[in-house]
Ligand binder design. Sequence first.
Ligand code: MG
Length: 255
Amino acid sequence: MIELRTPTQIEQMRPAGRFVASVITALSEKAAVGVNLLELDELAHRMIKDAGAESCYIDYHPSFGASPFGKVLCTSVNDAVLHGLPFDYTLQDGDLLSVDFAASVDGWVSDSALSVVVGTPREADLRLIGVTEKALAAGIAAAKPGGRLGDISAAIGAVAHEADLKVNLQFGGHGVGRTMHGEPHVANDGRAGRGLKLRPGLVIAIEPWFLHTTDEIVFDPDGWTIRSADGSRGAHAEHTVAITIDGPLVLTARD
Ligand code: MG
């Protein structure tokens, strides 16, 4: 079921968005050569505690996970791109790190992701991150009343195709509200003018993710960490966006 939020409810969702944005900012500032992924998870855990927020991940246990997630943060490094389960790994020079974080504040969820390079970047990785961010911006710009869900998907896909990237359609954006994952599914490619009509009150996570040279993925034995099938690196960008009569409102916008 697709639920629409009132303007009052969207106001109530702002603290969650601001909190998630503050965690993403803190993680991007802490991520550096020599920092362990478990330290990033601990930082997010501490911030959740201090804010009186609730983790959406720690008890999350869908059918594909071998066990409950057990951490509060996804950390995906290099050829890992989504759902990376934090483990005892120290970031190396040139690593491409994607962090994905969702939490609930006052009963409302927000969800956001960001990719960064630690240490000396490879030119191609910076380009991939740039394309992913550009696709996110294009998707957000299309999230306005009167449009269709397919407009968002098509806008994201167009940026990818322009950059000669293939688009995987297995994982994409989703409705956000009291829980982390609701309807509708927001594919990262599609046809403009098709699909659900976009109305004020629809709140969705828009989250393009791309791999350098493939759209095929493989899962780690833990059932969580998703990697490129060919070992090429991936990037991910995500914001939680409310469609309002004035257009898209990015709840997880960072300063
Ligand atoms: Mg997310």
